[in-house]
Design a protein around this ligand. Structure first.
Ligand SMILES: Cc1ncc(COP(=O)(O)O)c(C=O)c1O
Length: 356
C-alpha cells in the first residue's frame, strides 16, 4: 500500500476487495486495510458489502457492479454507495431512501470505453438532472473504468482520460465532489488518470496488472499470498502404473507419489493437470495425472528418503530459494494472475500472518 500511496500522492485510495479480496479473504484483507486507515473499500455486489459489514468491518463500501432495483433496500439500510447507470436503479434507490429515511450517495458510472456497463458520455447531464430531481439520493462521484491501461500502448487510455476530463467539465454545478477513474494499471502508468481518488485492486495484493506495464516501480510489488498444504499420503509404485482418473499418466520408473488434499474444488484448475509443480523441501516437484476435485498427485521421487506425511507443499509462494507465482501458473493455462488467485475457493482457510 505504501508504494501505491506514494504514486497516488495525497489522493485517497479505495482498495477493491471484491470477489473475496481477489481470493485473498475479504475479511482478513478488509480489516487490515481499515487498520491502516483506508476507510473506503470497493466490492462488486451489495451482498459482499453486507457480509463484511455484518462481520464488523466499519468502512464506506462502494458497490461497483450494475445491480437491479431489488438491491436498493439493502443499499439504503446499510448505507452503501452504489455505482449507478440506470434510471430504474436511481428511482428505486430514491424510494428506498425515503423508506429508510436516509440520503444515499451514488457514483455515476460512465462508459468511456470499457464497453461494459455505464451511461454514454453524452447522457451525463440528462442523467444528472434526473438524479437532482429525485429525493433521497445525491451524486457524490462520477466514475469510469479502463479496459486497456495495462497494455504497452496507452493511446486508448489517454483518449478515455480526455473524455473523462470533458465529463468533469460538463458536470460542474451538480455538486459532484469526486471523480475517479484509475485502477492499478492507471495508478502505475497513467499519472493523468489520478483525478480525485483511485480504485486499486490487483496491485494491493502485490501482483502486477500485466507483464506489459511500463513503470519500473511495478517490479517492487511483492505477492502477499502464500498458498500451502501438507502431504496426506505417500506410496511407492512400480514403473508403468496408471495414476488418477483416466490414467492419463503412467510412471516410467519406480516412483514415489505424494497426495495433497487440494483439487479443482479448491480452485486448482483441472486444466493444470500434468502442467504444474509444487514446492516440497525447496524442490519443484511435478504434479502428475488428472487433478481431482479434492486431491492431486505429486511425483516426489527426487525426495525419496527425505519426505514424509505432513510435509509442507507450496502451491503459490516461496519455499527455500524457489518461488511459484500466480503469474507462472496463469501462463500455463493461458489466463491471468487475477483468475488464479480469485479462483481459490472458500473452503481454503485464509490465515493472516505477517501483518504488523
Ligand atoms: C470498476 C473497477 N474499478 C477498479 C477495479 C480494480 O482493478 P485492478 O484490479 O486492475 O486494479 C476493478 C476491477 O476489476 C473494477 O471493475
Amino acid at each position: 500500500m505504501k508504494l501505491l500511496q506514494q504514486l497516488a500522492g495525497n489522493r485517497p485510495l479505495w482498495p477493491a476487495i471484491k470477489a473475496n479480496a481477489y481470493g485473498h479473504g475479504a475479511e482478513v484483507i478488509g480489516s487490515h486495510l481499515i487498520s491502516l486507515g483506508y476507510k473506503t473499500l470497493c466490492v462488486a455486489h451489495s451482498f459482499e458489502a453486507a457480509e463484511l459489514a455484518d462481520a464488523g468491518l466499519k468502512a464506506t463500501f462502494i458497490v461497483l457492479s450494475a445491480m437491479l432495483p431489488e438491491h436498493s433496500e439493502c443499499i439504503a439500510e446499510y448505507g452503501f454507495e452504489p455505482a449507478v447507470c440506470t434510471v430504474e436503479m436511481i428511482e428505486s434507490l430514491s424510494r428506498a431512501a425515503s423508506k429508510f429515511r436516509k440520503q444515499i450517495a451514488v457514483h455515476l458510472k460512465v462508459d468511456t470505453g470499457m464497453g461494459r456497463v455505464g451511461i454514454r458520455p453524452d447522457e451525463v447531464t440528462e442523467f444528472l438532472r434526473r438524479c437532482r430531481d429525485l429525493p433521497g439520493i445525491f451524486v457524490k462521484g462520477i466514475m469510469s473504468h479502463f479496459p486497456r491501461a495495462d497494455e504497452a500502448d496507452k493511446s486508448f487510455s489517454l483518449r478515455q482520460i480526455e473524455i473523462f476530463r470533458q465529463i468533469r467539465k460538463i458536470s460542474q454545478g451538480y455538486g459532484i465532489s469526486i471523480y475517479h477513474l484509475a485502477n492499478s494499471a492507471g495508478i502505475f502508468d497513467l499519472p493523468d488518470a489520478a483525478f480525485d481518488a483511485a480504485r486499486p485492486g490487483i496491485s494491493i495484493y502485490g501482483l502486477k496488472p500485466s507483464l506489459s506495464m511500463q513503470n519500473p516501480l511495478v517490479n517492487e510489488l511483492k505477492p502477499v499470498l502464500t498458498w500451502k498444504t501438507r502431504i496426506t499420503f505417500l506410496k511407492e509404485v512400480p514403473a508403468g502404473t496408471g495414476l488418477s482418473y483416466g490414467h492419463t499418466f503412467h510412471t516410467d520408473k519406480p516412483s514415489l507419489i505424494a497426495s495433497i488434499p487440494l483439487g479443482y474444488g479448491d480452485g486448482i484448475s483441472r486444466l493444470l493437470s500434468g502442467k504444474m509443480e509444487v514446492l516440497i523441501h525447496g524442490l519443484r516437484c511435478p504434479q502428475v495425472g488428472r487433478i481431482c476435485m479434492d486431491q492431486s498427485l505429486i511425483d516426489v521421487t527426487a525426495l525419496r528418503g527425505n519426505v514424509g506425511l505432513g510435509d509442507e507443499a507450496v502451491i503459490i509462494g516461496r519455499q527455500g530459494d524457489e518461488e511459484i507465482t500466480a503469474d507462472e501458473i496463469a501462463e500455463k493455462i493461458g489466463t491471468i494472475n487475477y483468475e488464479i488467485v480469485t479462483g481459490i475457493s472458500r473452503r481454503i482457510p485464509r490465515i493472516a500472518t505477517g501483518f504488523p
